[in-house]
Design a protein around this ligand. Sequence first.
Ligand code: HEM
Length: 456
Amino acid sequence: MLAETESFEPVTVKPIQRNASAFSVLRKVMQNPVEGWPDSLYEDFIFEKQILGNRVVLTSDPEIVKGVLLSQQPVFPKPEIAQSIMSRSIGRGLLTAEGAEWKFLRKATAPVFQHKSLSNLLPHMIAVGEEVAQQFRSNPGEIDVLPSISKATFETIANTLLSGEEGNLDYERISDDVHKLLAFVAKVDPLDLFEATRNLPKPWARAGVKAAERLRGDAMNALSNRRKSSNATDDLLSLLLAAQDPETGKKLSEIELRDNIVTFIGAGRETTSHAIAWTFYLLANSPYWQEQLVDELSEVLGEAPLTADNLGQLNKHEMVLKEAMRLYPPCQGMHRVAAANVEINGLKLRKGDMVFLATYPMHRHKKLWERPNHFEPCRFDVKRMSSYHRFQYIPFSAGPRICSGLKYAMFEATAILASVVRTVRLAPVEGFVPYPNSRITLHAEGGMKLRVSPRR
Ligand code: HEM
């Protein structure tokens, strides 16, 4: 079993006090939701409050998380308000659908994300990883690594979703549109809280609405171009076009195809970019783990290039990525509503109660992890994994609605990580400490400045 020989304590947020007023909590949640989890959730498991007449329950208890996401999952849909706001921007794709509509989409699209389909896409991911590594190599010194990573994750989704003629996309414009769309989804608008005002025109939301319209237009163009093309491709779009319910043979409608294209671009890009950026920050501060990864690459690859076959053997890379997503989960919490009275692990929930699954506090919980705030990838050594509760680590969620793109994201992140550590050395920039902010995805406020220098 691997042992941790060096560990360090990276940056974390200052949580709000458990006795803070409802007003202070609401203000925090608007500015930086990850600071809005009360300090008690890091050592106890349940926190509840009455807010605007609703009972709101926050929990970092893995057993309750299991009940909400798995054993009692049908009782805990995503809240209607959140779904209707999301649907306005990304439509009715896998992320926003519920009930029978979701079941159909999930079953029909399962082959899109199977290991075999993804293996075909790996060469695209490896090529993009090499590009990032070469960019860093040719620009040594202090840089913000995030723009290169974001561009790489965009190119990966563009090349793996649309590898045909329609793949020639305008990075700057689409990237800007995805950002506007996510900012629009993430913004808590008080008018959305009331049915009477929810559908009023909101001039301040126009940029987000327009961005969503343009992205839907891009998706429709890609579909029509692909239908006109006679070239055979094995990308995600061709799998999506072939997707069908295994029992009834029903295929996705034009709107479902369009909304799932936008969902894959919107759900997968920023999450993966920030996971990789935090991983680089952690490695920059841990020369020991950087060398562990370089040694693993020498052992597994020797002088050979990265390929679809050897990527799966990079166990230490996987451990480092998992530890980075424990400390900085891109989706730092999830929101559900109780649709009936139910009891889980002694907690009595009533119909209508709001339930927040506190991923960030649970991933740093004092009773669940040793040295919870330390960077120690050895926690994810397979031999140790059986000592954890299956639901105390949920960066990709869990249960039937677990992230469809989990394997895709892990392949992509491993390809970029391996290419970069093989090519350059990462080090911290003196005086710069990134601060986590979770408006939209958990990102580093002010970017991710690091020092890169070429390896010989
Ligand atoms: C590090 C990268 C990623 C992380 C941390 C992540 C995390 C998550 C989480 C936490 C959820 C559950 C949200 C909820 O139920 O409230 C989710 C759902 C989803 N993700 Fe990801 N994701 C990542 C990358 C991707 C990628 C690359 C794609 C697609 C290409 C993707 C597609 C989806 C879809 C379609 C769903 C909805 C699944 C369903 O409800 O059935 N994700 N993701």
